[in-house]
Structures are given as C-alpha cells and as structure tokens.
Design a protein around this ligand. Structure first.
Ligand SMILES: Cc1cc2nc3c(=O)[nH]c(=O)nc-3n(C[C@H](O)[C@H](O)[C@H](O)COP(=O)(O)OP(=O)(O)OC[C@H]3O[C@@H](n4cnc5c(N)ncnc54)[C@H](O)[C@@H]3O)c2cc1C
Length: 472
C-alpha cells in the first residue's frame, strides 16, 4: 500500500482521502486553511474558510452524490443525519398533482443534504476515523521531483514552512484555483492541457431558517433573465439563489437584500421560500471560471506521481449542483484505478488514470458545459430582448422535456433523473414513449413555462427607474 498525500481538505479531498484510507493506503491531507474542523453542530456559526470562496454559499447534494456516499462511505450518512442533515426524496417533495403516487423505484431520488460547512465537518471527522491524518495550516507551494530528467516524477510537495513532504502519490484536490499546472512547469514538465473561460453566471444567495416551505417545482427554475434555486438544507434551514448573466448590469441591484426580496416575491413557485428568518445577507459570487485540465498531452503524461481529482481537474457553473457528485465519482475512480495499478508503476498509473478520467468523467464535464453554454446564451438573448433559437435540436428537446414534465408523471421522473444527475439525456430519451410524449406535451410550450415576471416586470419591481434602461 502507498503513502498518499492529498492536497486540499474540501469536499473532494476529504472523500478521496477516506476512500483511499479505507483501502489500506497511508493517507495524509494537507490544507492551507488553519482553522480546525469544528464538530458539525458548530460548523455553520464557528467555521470560516478562506480557501473555498463558496464555503458559505448555498449547496445542495444531488441524489447521485448521496448514492455514492451510501455505497462507499459507510457511517457518513448516519453522521450527517446526526448533525441534522435533511433526508429527502426530490420527487416526493414535488406536488402530488405533478408526480402522481410514489412508485417503488422513486427511491433513486433519495438524498441527504446540508449546508456546506456542516457537510465538510462531517466528512472531516469521517476521514479521521478512517485513519487519515488531516494537517491544517499547511500551504503547498510547489513539488519535489526525482530530478532524473525526462518526464518529471513527483516525489512529494514543498510547503510554505519550507519543509517538503514525501509521498508515493500526490493527489491534487486543490479546487478551482489549483496551482498545479504552474508547479509542474516550474518542475520542468511540459504544460498540461488547460481550457478555461468565464462561466458567465453570477449567484445571489441567501440562507433562511424556519419551517421548510413546500417545493412547488424542481429545485432550479428557469425564467426570463433569471434562474431561481430553492434548496432545502439541514436543521430547519434552506437557501435561495438568484442566478443571472454576469453582463446583466441591471441585476446587480440584487446585492441589496430589499431588492432581492422584491425580486423573489415575483416568482409564485419560490416566493414563500423567503418566509423564514434570514440567517445571512445576500452572498454574491461572480467571476467563476469553467476550467478543464489534463495531465497528459496526446496521451503522454507530462509528469508522473501526481493526479488531479475534483474541481482541480474540472469545474463548471455550479447552478446545476453537480460539483460534489462529480468530485466523488472521480475520487472513486482513482480508488478503483489504484486497486489495479500499483503507484510504483509510475507511467502506467499516470496513463491509466488519464485514460479512465477522459472516458468516464470527461463526458460529464462536457455535458454540463453544453447545458451552461445554452443557458448563458439564452440569458444573453433575454437581455437583448430576442428569442433564443439555437441550431441545436438537443436544446429544444431538453426545454420541451421540462415543459412536458409539468403535465406527465412519467416525464416528471424523466426530468428529475436528469436534474438528480442519475441519468443522461441519451438514456432518458431512449426510454420507449418519452420522445413522442415530449413532442406532444412540450413541443409548443412557451420558452419559460413556469409562472414568473417578464424582464421588464422584474426590473420595474426591483428598481422602478431601471426598467426603461434594462438592456444593460
Ligand atoms: C457558488 C457555488 C455553489 C455551489 N453549489 C454546489 C451545489 O449546490 N452542489 C454541488 O455539488 N456543488 C456545488 N458547487 C461546487 C462545489 O463547491 C465544488 O465542486 C466542490 O467544492 C469541489 O470540492 P474540491 O474538494 O474539489 O475543491 P474545494 O472545495 O475548492 O477545496 C479545495 C481545497 O484545497 C485547498 N487548497 C488549495 N490550494 C492549496 C494549497 N496550495 N495548499 C494547501 N491547500 C490548498 C483549499 O484551501 C480548499 O480547502 C458550488 C460551487 C460554487 C462556486
């Protein structure tokens, strides 16, 4: 078994470390944020983390995430529930008029979710119980290599304190802003493949406490110029996020809680989610990038002894809530790869993990980017006051599926499977009868079938003077 150093104690780093430790590896996690993980009950009020910008922003764990937790991380569900996490079924939360009676296989929509600090506190305790050493307050600043020339072989990391840490394998779970590519180049490696561009969305999120409101439709609602997320949480909390296009200047007024409240009140399927005690102001996150990296160029590793997992490997617009699930699936893939390939087989491990990541994980990233690009372009068209009619039949089909899902319990399940990240569009549309019913029930639907304001109505409510100049 190997000595493995995991860089970063975020959601993916902690899950990766736990999975590897449970397989018998000797695992250490290093995390630059100093603050120790509190007990989960104190995580929301007592834990600040500068290393993760979205630490206090709304998160929801999708059924796909929880299915892997349930199967691969024994004890974590119980610990989450003991910390007050919410166990729910995304389909059962919908009005019965929409979903019909509960069916036996609706269990696939089960999940367990909590606010981000609570999740991390539980995962941190689980990692330590699995034998992982978590060292907080250790910032990695570079890599050590064997110095033999050719493709660099990473032998450990350098730290800000000047003390190197040796490892058989370094697993970079350093998140969206991981500096690994620069460290590799400094160590003499060819630059890794990197694609990056602004994701283009801005998030205006707020947490509440009280009696959880009823869910009237799916968690993510698309409207003219706006996305609305209503996310149940732990211990009688929930969050609401308004998502806009970064170039939509008029929407920047949503930073003001009073304006945010007025805007939310216009969405009949979300308005009552403000009927609680706000436990935060409006937390804003902008400037997020979509980013994809690959540590092999034309199939040849740029370095060995190091891999990237989770957001460090690829990250996208978070409004579809897939980041934690993708990170966990990727972590499991690394564990499975290490069951087949000894880390001492440096080149073989680097090639195999690159190959399985490209084959298994990359389609998830590409599918999410596809969704993001269309939604962003749709918001851009809203801003310009134009209809959005791209030359991509799959986008039309996915919009029609949502519209049709409002009128047909089978299609409600089909759409919920997509949004729960437990099935992809190809699988959903291959189900007999789905395509035909989507065309019949959703083909002629309006662009935004849920009740809500037009852009002009929204702006005139948010700021009566702004509607006249709304195309910012
Ligand atoms: C606004 C927003 C909302 C989101 N909502 C959801 C959601 O609802 N559901 C969902 O599944 N996902 C959501 N995500 C995505 C989710 O937050 C990420 O996918 C997840 O945090 C990735 O975990 P990670 O461990 O890969 O990276 P991170 O959580 O970013 O953790 C990286 C860690 O590495 C540490 N680190 C970095 N560099 C160093 C270094 N040099 N030395 C030592 N430590 C270092 C950092 O301090 C940090 O702790 C959201 C993201 C955003 C931006």
């Amino acid at each position: 078994m190997a000595e493995i150093l995991v860089l970063g104690a975020g959601l993916t780093g902690l899950a990766t470390a736990t999975l590897l430790a449970r397989d018998g590896h000797d695992v250490t996690v290093v995390e630059r944020d100093q603050a120790p993980a509190p007990v989960p009950e104190q995580a929301w009020d007592g834990w600040q983390r500068q290393g993760v910008n979205q630490f206090r922003l709304p998160h929801f764990m999708l059924p796909r995430w929880w299915a892997v937790v349930r199967d691969e991380l024994p004890g974590v569900t119980e610990a989450l529930l003991a910390a007050g996490a919410l166990r729910c079924n995304l389909l059962e939360l919908l009005p019965e008029t929409r979903r019909g009676a509960v069916r036996p296989d609706d269990e696939r929509f089960d999940t367990v979710t909590a606010r981000r600090p609570v999740l991390e506190a539980v995962l941190s305790a689980a990692a330590e119980s699995a034998g992982v050493t978590v060292r907080r307050g250790v910032a990695v600043t570079g890599l050590t290599t064997d110095g033999r020339g050719g493709v660099p072989h990473v032998t450990g990391v350098l730290t800000a304190a000047g003390r190197p840490i040796r490892a058989d394998l370094v697993v970079d779970c350093g998140g969206r802003r991981s500096a690994l590519p620069a460290w590799l180049v400094a160590a003499g490696a060819q630059p890794p493949v990197e694609e990056r561009e602004p994701c283009g969305f801005v998030y205006y999120g707020r947490h509440f406490r009280g009696e959880l409101p009823a869910l009237r439709t799916n968690l993510l609602q698309a409207h003219d110029s706006m996305g609305v997320l209503t996310l149940p949480g732990d211990n009688g909390t929930w969050s609401v996020v308004l998502v806009t296009h970064a170039r939509d200047k008029a929407m920047r007024a949503l930073r003001d809680p009073a304006c945010w409240d007025r805007a939310l009140a216009l969405y009949p399927y979300a308005a009552e989610w403000a009927d609680g005690e706000p436990i935060t102001g409006v937390d804003v996150m902008a400037g997020i990038e979509d980013r994809y990296r690959r540590l092999a160029v034309d199939g040849a590793p740029v370095a060995t002894g190091v891999v990237m997992v989770g957001d460090a490997w690829a990250c996208t617009n978070p409004s579809v809530g897939r980041g934690a699930a993708i990170g966990l699936l990727h972590a499991r893939l690394l564990r499975d790869t290490l069951r087949e390939v000894d880390p001492a087989e440096h080149d073989k491990l680097a090639r195999r993990f690159d190959e399985v990541t490209a084959r298994v994980m990359e389609p998830m990233y590409r599918a999410t980017i596809w969704l993001d690009r269309h939604r962003l372009a749709e918001l851009e068209a809203d801003l310009a006051g134009l209809p959005y009619r791209p030359d991509d039949p799959r986008w039309g089909a996915s919009k029609a599926l949502f519209a049709a899902s409002l009128h047909d319990p089978d299609l409600t399940r089909a759409y919920s499977a997509l949004s729960s990240f437990i099935a992809g569009p190809d699988e959903v549309f291959a189900t007999p009868g789905v395509r035909e019913r989507v065309v019949t029930l959703g083909g002629g639907a309006p662009q935004y079938p849920l009740p809500g304001p037009t852009r002009v109505e929204l702006l005139s409510t948010m700021d009566p003077g702004a509607a006249a100049d709304s195309r910012g």
